[in-house]
Design a protein around this ligand. Structure first.
Ligand SMILES: Cc1cc2nc3c(=O)[nH]c(=O)nc-3n(C[C@H](O)[C@H](O)[C@H](O)COP(=O)(O)OP(=O)(O)OC[C@H]3O[C@@H](n4cnc5c(N)ncnc54)[C@H](O)[C@@H]3O)c2cc1C
Length: 207
């Protein structure tokens, strides 16, 4: 199974990244690309979060409902993004070109990988150990971790997003980080020409 990009983690950063990638798959530079997301959600911080302070999210929204609606949004809006449910990644191996991603059920090959598995020190993915450092923007007593990265790039082709990239744990920041990685990948696919994906209202709809 060869992907152009495989997102690992179905929380805030991972789903946000998948949505922005999915929204570009009808563009000429991306139409042949294969995108997947490993949608493991059990260990997401969203399982226990309640949102009153996230712009655009109705106050009182539970993180659990976002886990469900995020998946539905990907499925309904961007069905070309392949959702791989209930698998946990165990190992990421760099190949000469791309990466092998080994889960508890399957093995995948992908040109690029986005790791968005949260900042818990309980996350154990072989191949990432050498990039793991104590989180720079979380309480030391919580033993959170991040991956060494420069502007989300850990290693050419290997990206990190969300809290694991070293960002503070706020929903909007995690979503923004995932979206930022997606637009960086889209820009690369577009031969370095900067890309953002915007939908807009028609003049009639605006008035
Ligand atoms: C109790 C609580 C309350 C919160 N309240 C707020 C709030 O009011 N406002 C606010 O802005 N933010 C709040 N947050 C923070 C917000 O939920 C997080 O910042 C955000 O969820 C982080 O996103 P992330 O994608 O980095 O990680 P997560 O959302 O945790 O996603 C990580 C994903 O990776 C998956 N995963 C883990 N290991 C593997 C593996 N080996 N293979 C595949 N997948 C894997 C997990 O299952 C999960 O789906 C709260 C968090 C908590 C815990």
């Amino acid at each position: 199974m060869e992907f152009d990009v495989l997102v690992i983690g179905g929380g805030a950063a991972g789903m946000s990244c998948a949505l922005v990638l999915g929204s570009a798959l009808d563009k000429p530079f991306a139409e042949s690309k294969r995108v997947g997301i490993i949608m493991h959600q059990k260990a997401s911080d969203l399982q226990s979060a309640l949102f009153n302070n996230a712009l655009g999210v109705p106050p009182g929204t539970s993180g659990q409902s976002i886990l469900k609606s995020g998946l539905e949004q990907i499925e309904e809006r961007y069905p070309r993004v392949e959702r791989i449910g209930k698998e946990k990644v165990k190992e990421i191996l760099p190949l000469e070109v791309g990466f092998q991603v080994i889960s508890n059920k399957n093995t995948y090959v992908s040109q690029k990988v986005v790791v968005a598995v949260g900042y818990s020190n309980l996350v154990k993915i072989k191949g990432l150990e050498k990039y793991m450092i104590p989180h720079k923007k979380a309480k030391a007593s919580k033993n959170r971790i991040q991956l060494i990265n420069e502007d989300h790039v850990v290693f050419p082709g290997l990206y990190v997003a969300g809290t694991l990239a070293g960002w503070r744990s706020q929903y909007a920041i995690a979503c923004g980080s995932g979206a930022a990685v997606a637009t960086d990948i889209l820009t690369e696919w577009n031969e370095g020409e900067h890309i953002k994906v915007h939908d807009k209202l028609t003049r009639e709809e605006r008035d």
